[in-house]
Design a protein around this ligand. Structure first.
Ligand code: NAD
Length: 295
């Protein structure tokens, strides 16, 4: 039996309608939410991602400002730009497009972003808060995966989730979010011995390795849920995930496609976080206004 396809494109378009309403309310009652995106260098994939983010902002009514720096930008200039954005009241979210040029100290750049504007959720304080289950912002890609699982009522409590990849932006936060929901979590890396031995025991497999066709049908249990975060470019130019889709979909219970799976959800979650940041800023501004009128 063929698996149910979890369409990220469909779920994302539903979310976009809800988000438009929240932007409308903010814009009519307070101000338009604003997202700043910092891009350093001309990495082609990064340029495409930044363009897509700006396009989605426009579609939802969010103001976006792109700061496009040359690849030889200094650490000091980058940090100064972030400081300016941190105190800009019209900017509610700040995103630094990764990867950054090799000479830039990424950790220092991420840590310079105001915690309340860290809509990617990569600031060490937000990562720490995620560990304790109190994140201010959830990193967008695993957050999108959680929404997809929820949309299809896929049970998590007591389920064995196996994540392939342990990056700071996907694998690790994914593990924390699934743990928080009561799943038993295994994280595998390129050093893991006998990967299939882990994936065959999984109720849910999340692929985030960046290796085309890494997961094949003999590596999963019948009926498993397979989430493919990977994005790989094949020699003929087509995009594919980390899952050998045609074989795995005949054995899995649920599966996400690439393209049209996790990708569209990631952008929508970024928009959600930006709107949430603006809603919080509004609440603070109104509370400040109330105090000053009382005094
Ligand atoms: P990364 O390179 O930082 O990390 C890859 C991880 O996979 C590492 O922990 C590595 O140990 C592990 N790995 C590599 N080969 C492996 C193997 N053979 N067996 C087991 N583990 C292996 O990558 P990342 O930034 O986490 O991204 C992973 C993939 O997800 C990439 O294809 C990336 O393009 C994609 N991605 C997609 C989205 C989206 O919105 N859909 C967002 C972010 C990343």
């Amino acid at each position: 039996m063929s698996a149910t396809i979890i369409s990220g494109s469909l779920i994302a378009s539903k979310f976009r309608e809800e988000l438009k309403q929240r932007v409308k309310i903010l814009s009519e009652t307070w101000m338009q939410p604003g997202l700043a995106v910092i891009l350093a260098g001309d990495n082609p994939a990064s340029c495409v991602y930044v363009r897509n983010k700006a396009k989605t902002c426009e579609e939802l009514g969010i103001r976006s400002e792109i700061f496009n720096f040359p690849g030889d930008i200094s650490q000091k200039t980058l940090l100064q730009q972030i400081q300016d954005l941190n105190v800009n009241p019209e900017i509610h979210g700040i995103l630094v497009q990764l990867p950054l040029p090799g000479h830039i100290r990424i950790d220092e750049v991420i840590a310079a972003i105001a915690i309340g504007k860290d809509v990617d959720g990569f600031h060490p304080c937000n990562v720490g808060a995620l560990v304790t289950g109190h994140a201010l912002f959830h990193p967008c890609t695993p957050f999108g995966v959680m929404k997809m699982l929820a949309e299809y009522d896929i049970p998590l409590q007591g389920q064995h989730a196996v994540i392939i990849g342990r990056s700071n932006i996907v694998g690790k936060p994914m593990a924390l979010m699934l743990l928080e929901k009561g799943a038993t979590v295994t994280v595998c890396t390129s050093r893991t011995r006998d990967l299939a031995n882990h994936t065959r025991n999984a109720d849910i497999v999340v692929m985030a390795a960046g290796k085309a066709n890494l997961l094949t049908s003999d590596m999963i249990r019948t009926g498993a849920t397979v989430i493919d975060v990977g994005i790989n470019r094949l020699p003929d130019g087509r995009l594919c995930g980390d899952v050998e889709f045609s074989g795995v979909k005949e054995k899995a219970g649920y599966i996400t496609p690439v393209p049209g799976g996790v990708g569209p959800m990631t952008i929508v979650m970024l928009m959600n976080n930006t709107i949430e940041a603006a809603e919080r800023a509004k609440a603070v501004a109104l509370a400040g206004g109330w105090h000053s009128s009382v005094q």
